[in-house]
Ligand binder design. Structure first.
Ligand SMILES: Cc1cc2nc3c(=O)[nH]c(=O)nc-3n(C[C@H](O)[C@H](O)[C@H](O)COP(=O)(O)OP(=O)(O)OC[C@H]3O[C@@H](n4cnc5c(N)ncnc54)[C@H](O)[C@@H]3O)c2cc1C
Length: 468
């Protein structure tokens, strides 16, 4: 009894101390002047969305500080540079649509664009990497006009911010069921299952997610409208943004505590843990450009509404890397398919493809799985796939050399189907501006072109909230 009381007293005292400690973190007098950052906007996350917002706000004479957890900007845009050979290999984001918002952003950041020849992605050779079967006669299904007809029937799937409250139940069917129900051609059904860089098992992915990913912008890119950095360095815009805005960017940093006001004029206060110690950030509005899953938002003192909406989100696992010394043929995209799976969809976990790059000898790979996987496990799987492919292609066995790696998780965030049916996207949209907080990362759209479009559309509201 005595021991129990002592323990509860100790835990109450601990909780009180923690509360006081948390309060103290916002006490400006506890910080050196240099460690207090006052800006119009705090942006958390420096991928496509965060960097675009930062540059746009700066160009409209607003101040910002950007907090990025990694040691670089770019997020899913990732480029390997080999200083010894000058090789440059994009192994995350590959392409954008050739439209003014992309052209202007690249021009603004002194990066030239070039048209993407779709042939540069390589001639596919198909194998079931898991079952170790070569499929020399396999041809992949190609998109037919019936896919576009179907896409046009659901115009709001391009950007889920426009999803109606009552979501047509067909859109929540798994893609193969949806395709069958809508008499979609075999080619379009297969092509829908094979959008590049799509995490998870496509056979159980909803039609909503497939159409949102493979929307009109993705189709236009595939039909020849794609561009990328002229020097195979899609990260150049991010490197240049970092060079220009360095004093306003905190790398290797994250938010450890937050107080967000209930009205516009009370703004937000954030405590950032940085390599130079803690910083107190005071901003008028907070822009979340990181994936807003609970793991990332737990330090933001979420209220029950936010918790009930953001708590539903989860992402999928996806990994990638760069390799050389594989001995594999140049210009070939070694592609995984499932020999005995419906529509030959590749099984998981597994390497998606070993793809060629613009530089002889350098390849990149993607790895798709339903469970969190370590770098060692991913590279071991890639290595054994490459070594098996060597045996299939009469290549002198050589030891693949792993040069770079990225964990792209959590990827393709979404709530469970029952929450989609229950109007989750409308609720998420309703969170915009709540407690001076805005969400711009890829929640409603997938690709960078669309992320920039939707950020551009939302920025006037964010700016006017800061002026209120
Ligand atoms: C392999 C791959 C290939 C792709 N190819 C294409 C393509 O060719 N074309 C295309 O348009 N799209 C492509 N995409 C989609 C891509 O996700 C989007 O284009 C876009 O990059 C998403 O931007 P984002 O800013 O929402 O997220 P991200 O680019 O992921 O940026 C989020 C940022 O937040 C940071 N962050 C995370 N947690 C925290 C935290 N707690 N605190 C602070 N910062 C944090 C991350 O480090 C990251 O920098 C691809 C994605 C992948 C994974």
């Amino acid at each position: 009894m005595l021991a129990t009381s002592f323990l509860s007293l100790a835990s109450a005292t601990g909780a009180m101390a923690a509360a006081i400690h948390t309060r103290n973190q916002f006490d400006a007098s506890a910080y050196a002047a240099d460690d207090i950052i006052e800006r119009d906007f705090a942006i958390i996350g420096g991928g496509a969305a965060g960097t675009y917002a930062a540059v746009s706000l700066a160009d409209q004479n607003h101040t910002f500080t950007l907090v990025e957890i990694s040691d670089r900007l770019g997020g899913h845009t990732r480029t390997f540079h080999d200083p010894a050979t000058g090789a440059s290999v994009d192994f995350g984001v590959q392409i954008h649509l050739d439209v003014p918002i992309v052209q202007d952003f690249f021009t603004r950041l002194n990066s030239s664009l070039a048209a993407v020849e779709l042939s540069s992605f390589g001639t596919p050779k198909y194998y079931d990497f898991t079952k170790q079967v070569a499929l020399p006669n396999h041809t992949a299904g190609t998109m037919q006009s019936d896919y576009v007809t179907l896409l046009n029937k659901y115009p709001y799937v391009d950007d889920l911010v426009n999803l109606p409250d009552s979501v047509p139940s067909d859109l929540l069917l798994a893609w193969p069921e949806f395709a069958q129900k809508h008499n979609l051609s075999q080619g379009s059904t297969e092509a829908g299952l094979a959008w590049p860089a799509t995490p998870g098992d496509p056979l159980s992915t909803t039609a909503l997610a497939i159409l949102n990913d493979g929307n009109h912008i993705e189709l236009a890119e595939d039909e020849g409208g794609a561009v990328h950095n002229a020097n195979n360095d899609n990260s150049q815009i991010y490197t240049n943004a970092l060079a220009e805005f360095q004093p306003h960017i905190l790398l290797n940093s994250s938010i450890v505590a937050a107080q967000r006001g209930l009205n516009r004029s009370s703004g937000v206060q954030l405590v950032a843990s940085t390599p130079e110690g803690k910083k107190l950030i005071k901003a008028k509005q907070l822009i979340l450009a990181m994936p807003p899953v609970l793991d990332n938002t737990k330090s933001f003192n979420l209220d029950t509404t936010e918790n009930s909406i953001l708590g539903k989100l989860s992402g999928k696992y996806y990994y990638g890397g760069v390799v050389n010394n594989t001995g594999l043929e140049e210009g070939i995209a070694y592609t995984n398919v499932g020999v005995d799976r419906p529509y030959n969809a590749a099984s998981l976990p597994g390497v998606v493809e070993i793809a060629p790059s613009a530089y002889s000898g350098y390849q990149f790979y993607w790895y798709n799985t339903e469970v969190a996987t370590t770098q060692e496990e991913v590279q071991a799987a890639a290595k054994s796939t490459i070594q098996w492919l060597q045996t299939q292609n009469n290549v002198t066995t050589s030891e693949p050399n792993f040069l770079d790696y990225q964990d792209f998780s959590p990827f393709h965030l979404s709530p469970p189907n029952e929450d989609v049916e229950d109007g989750w996207y409308t609720k998420m949209k309703g969170l915009q501006g709540h407690r001076n907080t805005w969400y711009i990362s890829s929640l409603f759209v997938v690709g960078s072109t669309q992320v920039w479009n939707s950020t551009n559309i939302l920025l006037p509201d964010i700016i006017s909230a800061a002026q209120a």
